[in-house]
Ligand binder design. Structure first.
Ligand SMILES: CCCCC/C=C\C/C=C\C/C=C\C/C=C\C/C=C\C=C\C(=O)SCCNC(=O)CCNC(=O)[C@H](O)C(C)(C)COP(=O)(O)OP(=O)(O)OC[C@H]1O[C@@H](n2cnc3c(N)ncnc32)[C@H](O)[C@@H]1OP(=O)(O)O
Ligand code: FAD
Length: 621
């Protein structure tokens, strides 16, 4: 209940739906079968939404977790990007026109931004939307090969609508990137409309259940009313008007998804991988600890604990951070709606930074969980490959992670520069205005406050150093852009240190808020382990300026090892507390009942390669 709160009833409803839990095994299907099977579940999900009156986003998410375990469906871009962009950037009339149809799934949309030649550099996108006052239409065009839209989820075969990001031209003048609602396919025949060349981009690392697509516009006209006009308008005669607004508002959909990815992708993915690896490590017995004694559970080996418990602590930390990130998003977004945009830069920075930091950590952590499961971890039956390919996509989509860290660093440099000029920072960066102790106060008690303070010191120092290095590069004759590039490795590390501190701080605050003393003690151990492993793995950052001394580092190592034994008795309970149903895990190794071997054998017997097949038989005969 620590995690799921009110979500359980909806999950139970979804689990009653036979179509979700049963059916062919994902691992035995071809890509086309996976895609078709997902579409069947999408349709059933839509029927369930109507039947159970599921309107609330959170309720649907619980349901989706069962309907589409460890995969993204075409509903992801529809409900995660198409609808939110309509709501956030459309005028009242536009919202009335499209949102109800989209929510009832009468139209299915996606978010069409990336092109063959550019994804990161949004200002470099080439698709044009040229206004023609005679026909009162925007003419969408792909002027080059590199301008072909590439990647949008659901574009290949499924969606009949999309929000297209294109450069607005009026009377030869470029007004920059704007969002346009575009009907892509006939609502009767589902064929692409004339003037559009579209299809699927082909097999990928993962995401088999999504038809990521391409789209080329050949002077394709759409009505004037289809530019999303909450913040900017093009009048019939071609006059361009805009409310006083931050031009980055049109990037709002990206901020939204980045904010959600921390919990939905990184937090969930790593928690599932830990559940599988820790449960399996309690079932698996191997080798001898003591002669002539039964083989121990592999979870009793200290090295196994050292692999898995820090990841367990990380899973809790990312989960809590993801929940906090969502809260911050909705809070700041409400402020923005009321005209208070002051916190937009901070929201952009923290969502970019945390999206990058947590998806990278989770991706690395899921792979470590797989390795910790030995040979069976390499089998698709472990469920880990599917979890990995889904989660690691999060390192790229919605902003490539290095680029996102640099966005976060840019904000940190701005804030630090401001502090130097006497401005007081607030929110997630308020510590940059504090006087920070130059000596570490860590003692063998390892209070959460002293651990968080160590991360605070590291982040503040690395931000200061990145800023000073930037200034030195400029002072020695480099222009600002070259200085930035020559400093960019240092900048990404400063951004990571900031996000790391933020995550430790969130975890600490959760522990402090828990009332049950027993739960609090266990969570405190996990939080300590998270922080101590962070110090150990980045020890150079903590000792570089003499903040942490060798004796303290030794204490850190000792405490880390003693925590492994302290956590061991609760390890399985701690993953059970995530309350993932077997259907959601999709793993034989991570089954709740622990009946691993019998089910691995049953599963192998079902693999299609064991079925009679003429060609294979002839080749082998
Ligand atoms: C309510 C119902 C909801 C239901 C669904 C809910 C949830 C969904 C949940 C989870 C999602 C789960 C899974 C997702 C599934 C699948 C993935 C599906 C879709 C994937 C989609 C995509 O990938 S869409 C394409 C995404 N593309 C990118 O992210 C591109 C990355 N590039 C950029 O964002 C920018 O180009 C840039 C930031 C790198 C650079 O921009 P640029 O204009 O060049 O800016 P500058 O660097 O020059 O900076 C100028 C100043 O602007 C600031 N800034 C930049 N971006 C923003 C922003 N977004 N907001 C605010 N401010 C911004 C920047 O900091 C600079 O500021 P200063 O001048 O003050 O320093
Ligand atoms: C699974 C998946 C789903 C997607 N879904 C959608 C979708 O629905 N809609 C959509 O529009 N797009 C979608 N995308 C596209 C995605 O948003 C882009 O791929 C992503 O933003 C990265 O851009 P890129 O491919 O241009 O990478 P690139 O920018 O080409 O990155 C390549 C390398 O260059 C580096 N690099 C680039 N710029 C800089 C810089 N300024 N400083 C330092 N290093 C830099 C990066 O760090 C990286 O190492 C999806 C992608 C994936 C993988």
């Amino acid at each position: 209940m620590l995690f799921k709160g009110g979500g359980l009833p909806h999950e139970s409803l979804a689990l009653q739906e036979k179509l979700f839990g049963a059916g062919p095994d994902y691992n035995f299907m071809t890509r086309i079968e996976r895609f078709k099977n997902s579409l069947v579940r999408v349709q059933h999900f839509i029927r369930c939404c109507a039947r159970y009156n599921l309107h609330d986003h959170a309720d649907k998410k619980w349901f989706e977790g069962v309907a589409f375990p460890n995969e993204v469906s075409v509903l992801g871009p529809h409900s995660g990007m198409f609808i939110p962009t309509l709501k956030e950037q459309g005028s009242e009339e536009q919202i009335q026109k499209w949102v109800p149809q989209a929510e009832k799934h009468q139209i299915m949309g996606t978010y069409i931004q990336t092109e063959l030649g550019h994804g990161t550099f949004v200002r470099g996108l080439e698709t044009t939307a040229t206004y023609d006052p005679k026909t009162e239409e925007f003419i969408l065009n792909s002027p080059t090969l590199t301008s072909i839209k590439w990647w949008p989820g659901g574009l290949g075969r499924t969606c009949n609508f999309g929000i297209v990001m294109a450069l607005l031209y009026i009377d030869g003048k470029n007004y920059g990137m704007h969002p346009f609602v575009v009907q892509l396919r006939s609502l009767k025949t589902h064929e692409p409309l004339p003037g559009l060349t579209m299809g699927d981009i082909g097999p990928k690392f993962g995401f088999d259940t999504v038809d990521n697509g391409y789209l080329q516009f050949n002077h394709f006209g759409i009505p004037r009313e289809n530019m999303l006009m909450k913040y900017c308008q093009v009048l019939k005669n071609g006059t361009y008007t805009k409310q006083t607004r931050n031009p980055k508002f049109s990037y709002g959909a990206m901020i939204f998804v980045r904010s959600m990815v921390v919990y939905e992708v990184a937090g969930q993915g790593l928690a599932k991988a830990c559940t599988i690896a820790i449960r399996y490590s309690a079932i698996r017995r191997q080798s001898e600890l003591k002669k002539s004694r039964p083989e121990p559970q592999i979870l009793d080996y200290q090295t196994q604990q050292y692999k898995l418990f820090p990841l367990l602590a990380l899973a809790y930390a990312v989960w809590f951070t993801g929940v906090r990130m969502k809260e911050i998003y909705f809070m700041v977004n409400n402020e923005i709606k009321q005209g208070h945009t002051e916190r937009l830069p901070e929201l952009h920075a923290i969502s970019s930074g945390l999206k990058a930091f947590t998806t990278s950590m989770a991706s690395w952590g899921i792979e470590r969980c797989r390795l910790a499961c030995g040979g069976h971890g390499y089998s698709a039956a472990s469920g880990l490959p599917k979890i990995y390919v889904n989660a690691t996509g999060g390192c790229t989509y919605e902003g490539e992670n290095t680029v996102m860290l640099l966005q976060c660093a840019r904000f940190l440099m701005n804030i630090y520069g401001g502090v130097k000029n006497g401005r007081r920072p607030s929110g997630s960066v308020n510590y940059l205005g504090e006087r920070i102790s130059s000596r570490c106060t860590l003692t063998s008690e390892f209070t959460l406050k002293s651990l968080a303070d160590a991360f605070k010191h590291r982040a503040a120092r690395m931000i200061k150093e990145a800023s000073e290095r930037l200034n030195r590069l400029q002072a020695s004759g480099n222009d600002p852009e070259d200085s930035w590039n020559l400093n960019s490795v240092v900048l990404t590390k400063a951004a990571e240190a900031h996000c790391h501190y933020y995550m430790v701080l969130v975890f600490e605050s959760v522990v402090e808020s828990v009332e049950d003393n027993c739960v609090k003690d266990i969570l405190r151990q996990l939080c300590q382990l998270l922080a101590l492993c962070g110090i150990q793995e980045n020890s150079g950052d903590f000792i570089q300026d003499g903040f942490l001394n060798n004796d303290q580092l030794e204490l850190v190592k000792q405490k880390q090892l003693s925590l492994l034994s302290e956590i061991r008795p609760n390890a399985v309970l701690l993953v059970d507390a995530f309350e993932f149903h077997d259907v959601q895990l999709g793993s034989i190794l991570g089954r709740f009942d622990g009946n691993v071997y019998e089910n691995l054998f049953k599963w192998a017997k079902k693999t299609p390669l064991n079925k009679p097949e003429d060609l294979i038989h002839r080749l082998l005969r």
